[in-house]
Structures are given as C-alpha cells and as structure tokens.
Ligand binder design. Structure first.
Ligand code: FES
Ligand SMILES: [Fe+2]
Length: 432
C-alpha cells in the first residue's frame, strides 16, 4: 500500500510512515516529538563520530563533545586506550569538564570535587566519612559509552549491544582508507575547526553533503573565486563518470572528481596546479625530494569525493563535517580542516596553504558555507508551510542501478545518497 500524505493524515502518521521510497514528509524537519524520538532511537542507539585520533595525541589528552544532546568527554588514558564517558558528575549531575580540548591527569568536578580518572573511574571525594558504609565507589564512575575506531576515526555509542563498528561501517571502510591517503605520504591530523549554528533541522545538513545538484547553483560565487583548473575540476554536472553510491546502513559516497578517488595511484601525468607554484618553490627550497613535493602538492585538493556517514559525520574532499542536533530547528556544524602530520619544517608550510583553501570555502568569511547555510535556513522556514507537501528525493530514481560492487549507483547530482540515509532513518525509527 502506498501512503499519500494529505492534510488530514499528515499529523497522524507514524514517523516511519513519513519516509517513502522517493519522498519524505516535511514534518520530519519541524515536529519536536519526532526530534525526541530521533535522539532516543538514532543518536543513543548507533555509532556516532566523536573525534579523530590526532585530537588525542598524548596520554591525558581529551576532547569534550556530544553524542546526540548528551555531553561527553573523549579521553586517552596512560596505556593509550580511548574512553568516551558522559560529562556528568555522578554526585549531583554537574559537567566535570567545560574545556574543549587539553591534557589532564583526570577530571575533578568543580562543585564538590569528586574526582575521576582518565577512564572515568571515581578516584576520590572530599570528607569521605559521610559515605561510610553507604556507597561503593567502584560503581560510581562516569557513565561509559562503547568506543571503537577505524583508521583514526573514533566513534562512540550508548548501546553496549550495538554491532561492532567495523560491521556498521561495512563497505565504507575502503573509502575511509582512500580518504586518509591525502596526507601525501604522512598520516592525517586535524589542523583547525570552524563551528557555527544554523537554524534548521539536522537532516537538512545530512542531505546536503550528498547533494551534488546544489553545487554549481549555490556555489557560483565560490566558483568565481577559484582558478580555472579548480572550477573545471568541480564541473561534474554533465560528467557521466561522476556518480553517487549508496553503501548500506544509510552511508553513501558522492564521487565528484572520480580521477582523484585514489591519490596514491597518481601516475604523475596530471600537471600540478599553478596556484600552488609558491608552495612547490618553498618545498623545493627546503630540500624536500621532488617525489614528495609531488605527493604533498597533488594531495592539496583532497580526495575527489564526499563520504557521508549516517548519522553525523562526513569526510568531504579535504575536511570533516560533523553535525550536532540541538533541537528540532537548531543544529551545530563543525568544519574540521585536516592536513599531513609530519616534520614541522615540511608540513607546516603545506598545512598553512591547506588552511587558506579551507577558509576560502568553509570559513566564516568563506565563499561556500554562508551560501549553504542560507539554503538550509530557508528549507526550515519554507517547509513549515504545506505540511502535506512532500520533500522530494526522487532525482535519478529511474536511472539508479546496482554497480559491480552491488551498490545502488546513480549520477552524483541524483538523490541516491539521501534515499539511502532516509531508508536507514525509517528502519531505525520503526525498530521497537
Ligand atoms: S556535583 Fe560533582 S561533586 Fe557534587
Ligand atoms: Fe554546499
């Protein structure tokens, strides 16, 4: 039976009935009750990205962030193991850490000084005689999440029975490996984060990183700021080799520049872009071998794809983008710049150049992000109207086909990635 959205039924339908194969209901962006259910059934049930390995470089390194709406601390203990725990004191609930990143020996709650180890265990509390015989310290550690990582990407989940992270990622793993090859022979590290809030539902953002269709329209002003080679590289609208694959579990990959899928397979035939002439000259002057100069500079433009993971992170060309749902119509986005992690005399110069390119698109004064954010705000404002009218995700529905790997595939401007994410959303919201 096909459900039609009507003025009569739209507020009566169950959340899982709001996703059809080629369209979804706008109510998914605006209904606070659906948002509450998403937090419980999605963000507190599945693997949520929390950090990159490089953000926790040493024993005692930590980062505070969120899993859904719940504040967490991600920390590295003295043995190198990574822990994710609720940033909530077991005494009367205060956050135990309000700093974004740092290096500590443990966490002491500022309210009554209960102190916790890097693994969240309760180590001590002042004037302990008041608890004599009534409390077992061993069960009063910070609430732990399960933490697993793949190729530097660290995820956590509240669900201790969730499938292993590697199973959840499945075919995504090979794409993460390709993405991480952009260090030009070095591992990847985070080099800066730009954070902002938009006034819209988190799923508008989830859709956007797999939305090739908006690129030449919304990013016309960015295209006007870049050199001819970069503009040409990003002109994938009519390139039949530029495709999007659905990878399962709501994940997808959009290959905008297919020839830059595997940076390690570079055969040296593509000339380095003249915009990097200064960087090339500087690296040569530092005595960097020619082969390494080529690798570092050829990787400057990142990989040719956006890898979108359900529900909260994407690896997009040359940066990570994370989303954090705050309320039904408020979402925090982080654009996390990355670059090679190697000898400072070599990588600092490369990363300086990577930051400038990042700022040109993603920064607060960038030519890309402000235009994206305007579009997302407008979707939220407009979709309040005509609640029975669907949000269409049918582009390319008729030309989608399985490729040799068995992945549903269509052109990169099609809405294959969104259909796949909403399919996962439907499954998780129905599951009870
Ligand atoms: S609330 Fe943390 S020690 Fe009292
Ligand atoms: Fe965009």
């Amino acid at each position: 039976m096909t459900i039609e959205f009507t003025e009569e039924n739209i507020y009566e339908l169950e959340p899982s009935d709001l996703v059809l194969s080629d369209r979804v209901a706008g109510r998914m962006y605006t209904d606070p009750e659906i948002f509450e259910q998403e937090m419980a059934k999605i963000f507190e049930k599945t693997w949520v990205w929390v950090a990159h390995d490089s953000e926790l470089p040493k024993a005692g390194s930590f980062k505070t962030t969120y899993v859904g709406r719940q504040p967490v601390i991600v920390s590295r203990d003295r043995k190198g193991a990574v822990h994710t725990m609720l940033n909530r004191c077991r005494h009367r609930g205060a956050t135990v850490c309000e700093t974004r990143t740092g290096q500590v020996n443990g966490f002491t709650c500022p309210y009554h000084a209960w102190s916790y180890g890097l693994d969240g265990a309760l180590r001590g509390l002042p004037y302990p005689d008041g608890y004599e015989g009534i409390m077992d310290k061993k069960v009063m550690g910070l609430k732990k999440l399960r933490t697993e990582s793949y190729n530097g990407m660290i995820f956590a989940t509240f669900d201790h029975d969730a499938e292993p992270l590697e199973d959840f990622l499945g075919d995504v793993k090979q794409w993460i490996d390709l993405f991480m090859a952009q260090g030009g022979g070095y591992p990847i590290k985070v080099i800066g984060t730009f954070r902002f809030t938009f006034r819209g539902n988190w799923k508008i953002q989830l859709e956007n990183t797999t939305d090739g269709y908006h690129f030449p329209i919304v990013h016309r002003s960015w295209m006007a700021t870049v050199d001819a080679e970069t503009a040409e590289m990003m002109s994938f609208m009519t390139d039949p080799a530029s495709v999007t694959h659905a990878l399962g579990n709501g994940h997808s990959v959009m290959q905008m520049v297919p020839e830059h899928t595997d940076l390690a397979a570079d055969d040296g035939s593509e000339p380095l872009q003249p915009r990097f002439d200064g960087l090339v000259a500087d690296l040569r002057a530092k005595g960097v071998p020619e082969e390494d100069v080529r690798k570092l500079v050829h990787s400057m433009h990142g990989t040719g794809f956006n890898l979108n993971l359900f529900p909260n992170v994407s690896m997009s060309i040359s940066f990570f983008r994370t989303l954090r749902p705050v309320s039904v119509n408020e979402t925090v986005i982080e654009h996390i710049a990355i670059g090679p992690d190697g000898p400072p005399e070599i990588v600092d110069r490369v990363n300086q150049e990577r930051m400038r390119a990042h700022e040109n698109f993603q920064g607060p004064f960038g030519f890309g992000t402000p235009d994206d954010a305007e579009g997302w705000d407008r979707v939220q404002r407009g979709s309040v109207g005509g609640p029975e009218l669907p949000i269409m995700v049918n582009r390319g529905f008729a030309r989608e086909a399985q490729n040799d790997a068995g992945w549903p595939t269509s052109h990169s401007t099609d809405e294959t990635g969104m259909r796949s994410a909403y399919h996962q959303w439907k499954d998780m919201m129905a599951d009870d």
